[in-house]
Design a protein around this ligand. Structure first.
Ligand code: NCD
Length: 304
């Protein structure tokens, strides 16, 4: 079983992962011990920077008694000598039981899954997908809102290049949430994703003004402008700093509205927001551990 796209999951399968993740929380916190994945090895290949995704996978594996090998930048591996992704995957496939891959190219995880016999988990492929982030996002929202059906989720930021948004938007539509996409026009959600959501019977709202939508939001999901994906730096400069959530932006919001962000943030959320009752992004980052524990247990056949 590979995890390449959120489209690989049915709603029932996601529900099942969320339930398993719930049971993993005490182990994720270090309050209980587990040897569920003892003897298993995770191959962790990160061709792009990462803090939360890489470390939470490693934490999940370690806390379940397994081990991790791999690289956190390709410079120190044979990739620097010109080795292809396909060859690297063939090697690592024989050194481990599951491969976690982050790569700048869209489609890289699909390609890796083709060459690997072991399960491949996509930890972000360019502007493509980031399915494990989506499941931890759903886990976070569910904790607060219980039912996802009908809740109002405002997704703000770089909806064009943001892979977390691409996966999350489709999953939220699957769970019946109402979506509003707020972005500068040049960074709006790509047509392909919009179409996919519409074929699921949803009509998301599209806006370039946060002020109009924030009052109705149950969840505000903020994202970073993905500077590294812009083919032209001048295009990035045109949109840099165009939105920022500060206390002033929050003055008319619902009391129980929560703010999420996959992180890292680079100015989209002012630090003063951290102390408000709305901020959930650090809890969200922790939730990566139990969710990735659940996913590793499943793909390695240790959990049912
Ligand atoms: C995101 C990513 O890499 O897509 N980070 C993450 O995994 N939490 C978001 C980002 O880099 O902006």
């Amino acid at each position: 079983m590979d995890i390449v796209s959120i489209r690989d999951f049915s709603r029932e399968q996601i529900e099942h992962v969320l339930k398993l993740a719930d049971k993993m929380v005490p182990v994720a916190k270090g309050e209980e011990r587990s040897v569920l994945l003892e003897g298993h090895v995770l191959g962790s290949l990160f061709y792009e920077p990462s803090t939360r995704t890489r470390l939470s996978f490693e934490c999940a594996m370690t806390r379940l008694g397994g081990r991790t090998l791999g690289f956190d930048e390709p410079k120190g591996s044979s990739v620097a000598k010109g080795e292809t992704l396909a060859d690297t995957i063939r090697m690592v496939d024989s050194y481990c039981d599951v491969i976690v891959l982050r790569h700048p190219q869209e489609g890289a995880a699909r390609l890796a899954a083709h060459f690997a016999n072991k399960p491949v988990i996509n930890a972000g492929d360019g502007a493509g997908q980031h399915p494990t982030q989506t499941i931890l996002d759903l886990f976070t929202i569910r904790k607060e809102k219980k039912n996802l059906e009908g809740i109002n989720v405002v997704v703000l930021g770089d909806l064009k290049y943001g892979r977390t948004v691409h996966s999350l938007a489709e999953a939220l539509a699957m769970f019946g949430a109402q979506l509003t996409f707020v972005a500068p026009p040049s960074l709006q959600i790509p047509k392909e994703h919009l179409k996919q959501i519409e074929t699921m019977g949803h009509k998301p709202k599209i806006s370039s003004s946060l002020e109009d939508s924030i009052k109705e939001a149950d969840v505000l999901y903020v994202t970073r402008i993905q500077k590294e994906r812009f083919p032209d730096p001048a295009e990035y400069q045109k949109v840099a700093g165009t939105f920022r959530i500060d206390l002033n932006a929050l003055k008319d919001v619902k009391r129980d509205m929560i703010i999420m962000h996959p992180l890292p943030r680079v100015g989209e959320i002012a630090p003063e927001v951290d102390a408000t009752e709305h901020a959930r992004y650090f809890e969200q980052a922790f939730n990566g551990v139990p969710v990735r524990m659940a996913l590793l247990g499943l793909v390695l056949g240790a959990s049912k």
